[in-house]
Design a protein around this ligand. Structure first.
Ligand code: ADP
Length: 503
């Protein structure tokens, strides 16, 4: 058997590892800028499909299908992102007589539209966040709904993903411009400007359920993942089990997730995302019809290779285990290591990786897609790697993660390792007392400075760093100069060079 991986980076490597273990040959497709990446050399066959631009490469359906046919691929694994949730691609693959390692095109379509997904969940009795049932057509309609459900509210894109097209609105005055902004962002990102309203859940937790479903209607829940450590509504650190999920809540989440999967005739691996409030009320958020970045933590506690199961399901095998057979052991945590600057609003960082010292050690797993000499470019997501740590209990997993992060050295680009390390030491995180506002509430670069001695002792810089972390100030990069916006005049206009000297 031969599988083409229509993706890049760490996830392409991760999928190839399972293929190799199962004795399956692999085909990599890659863009010119990725030619030196490990996923290219690791594949049995590799084909360059374009320069750099995602539209011409990893999103180029025709090209990918033509490579798959020329190199006689039996199946295509789409990974996550790119074409993984594109119903047209899933159809194109199967129409060309190739197996799509994922759900049916119909299931992707139903769950791809958040409004339609909400409708399905509601119909089968799974709670959804109070809000609008159809796209918002004008401000008056939005005001009416907002008054009914109460502020704060969230404007969300129907075609949304990656936290794009989302705006929190605190009162009526902000509504009009927030709708306009969300619509513009959604149009730009998804070519679809439909937006709707949800009540903004207070002290929210993002908790999701990993499911596997075969072609015979068997669906199992592998466990939940707590994904509340986020910036820009995007996950950075995930753990399983969730510190706030009780056995009763887990039971309800699993039942709801399985019900949703069954309602759309879902097959393959998928994730049902919920938002859970401080009183442990839960609401369906959306379904991701693909493998997720954070799937390894579930693998670590269950011992189940999710990619292997995806392949077996796609080949028409029945699930070889039932819900009762799934007995998670211990705790697992994942830190996503991004090329981004936690001291500058988690702003993406590009450049050449000059050196790497990967951590290792007992119960540490590294899923990485780079080696020294590789470039982090503006073309793709700046995810460098993922560290996954396992422990018999939560604190053991956290402490192993801390040791691994301390060992991790990446030179050439800025990374969020200092932030991840700070989190592992943070009192509230260690006690499991956090929600999606964790970064906003507690992250303070000055505190990082003290524990890691990364910044200098410069008083003005510390003050600025604190002000940035607390959202009072913002940095903007313009013509090689860092401008401080929303600032009092006396601290504006720091030169980039000077800033660099402070690191
Ligand atoms: P996307 O598909 O763009 O990732 P999601 O619907 O999955 O959007 O939401 C992303 C994140 O935004 C969630 O994990 C959560 O932090 C926040 N969020 C979404 N909806 C709500 C809500 N109704 N109340 C509070 N936070 C929310």
């Amino acid at each position: 058997m031969r599988v083409l991986i229509a993706n890049r980076g760490e996830i392409a490597v991760r999928i190839m590892r399972t293929c190799k273990t199962l004795g399956i040959e692999t085909i990599a497709i890659y863009s010119k800028v990725d030619k030196d990446k490990p996923f290219v050399s690791m594949a049995d066959y590799a084909e360059c499909i374009g320069e750099a631009n995602p539209a011409e490469t990893y999103l180029n359906m025709e090209k990918i299908i033509s490579v798959a046919k020329a190199l006689k691929a039996d199946a295509i694994h789409p990974g996550y992102g790119f074409l993984s949730e594109n119903e047209e691609f899933a159809k194109l693959v199967t129409d060309n007589g190739i197996i799509f390692i994922g759900p049916s095109s119909e299931a992707i379509k139903k769950m791809g539209d958040k409004l339609e997904a909400r409708e399905i969940a509601k119909k089968i009795g799974v709670p959804v966040v109070p809000g609008s049932e159809s796209p918002i057509s004008d401000v008056n309609e939005a005001i009416e709904i907002a008054r009914k459900i109460g502020f704060p509210i969230l404007i969300k894109a129907a075609a949304g993903g990656g936290g794009k097209g989302m705006r929190i609105v605190h009162d009526e005055k902000e509504l009009e411009s927030a709708i306009r902004g969300a619509k513009n962002e959604a149009k730009f990102a998804f070519g679809d400007d439909r937006v709707y309203i949800e009540k903004y859940v207070e002290e929210p937790h993002h908790i999701e359920v990993q499911i596997l479903a075969d072609k015979f209607g068997n669906v199992v829940a592998l466990g939940e993942r707590e994904c509340s450590i986020q910036r820009r509504h995007q996950k950075v650190i995930e753990e399983t089990p969730s510190p706030i999920v009780t056995p009763e809540l887990r039971q309800k989440l699993f039942e709801s997730a399985i019900k949703i999967a069954k309602a759309v005739g879902y097959e393959n691996a998928g994730t049902i995302e919920f938002i859970v409030d401080k009183n442990r009320n839960f609401y369906f958020l959306e379904m991701n019809t693909r493998l997720q970045v954070e799937h390894p933590i579930t693998e670590m506690v269950t011992g189940i290779d999710i990619v292997a199961e995806q392949i077996k399901i796609a080949l028409g095998n029945k699930l070889s285990f039932s819900q009762e057979d799934i007995k998670p052991i211990g705790n697992a945590i994942e830190c996503r290591i991004y090329a981004e600057d936690p001291f500058n609003n988690f702003f993406p960082s590009t450049g050449k990786i000059t050196d790497i010292k990967q951590p290792s050690g007992p119960w540490i797993r590294i899923d990485a897609g780079i080696e020294p000499g590789n470039e982090i470019t503006i073309h793709y997501d700046p995810l460098i790697s993922k560290i996954i740590a396992w422990g018999r209990n939560r604190i053991e997993a956290i402490d192993r993660m801390k040791t691994a992060l301390e060992e991790y050295k990446i030179s050439g680009v800025k990374t969020n390792i200092p932030f991840c390390l700070w989190t592992m030491k943070n009192k509230f995180f260690r006690e499991g007392k956090y929600d999606t506002h964790f970064i906003q509430n507690y992250f303070n670069p000055a505190e990082i400075r003290e524990s890691l001695e990364i910044l200098t002792d410069s008083k003005p810089f510390q003050q600025i760093a604190v002000a940035i972390a607390s959202g009072i100030l913002k940095l903007e990069l313009k013509n090689n100069s860092l401008k401080i916006v929303n600032a009092e005049k006396k601290v504006s206009g720091w030169k980039l060079k000077r800033y660099e000297n402070f690191r």
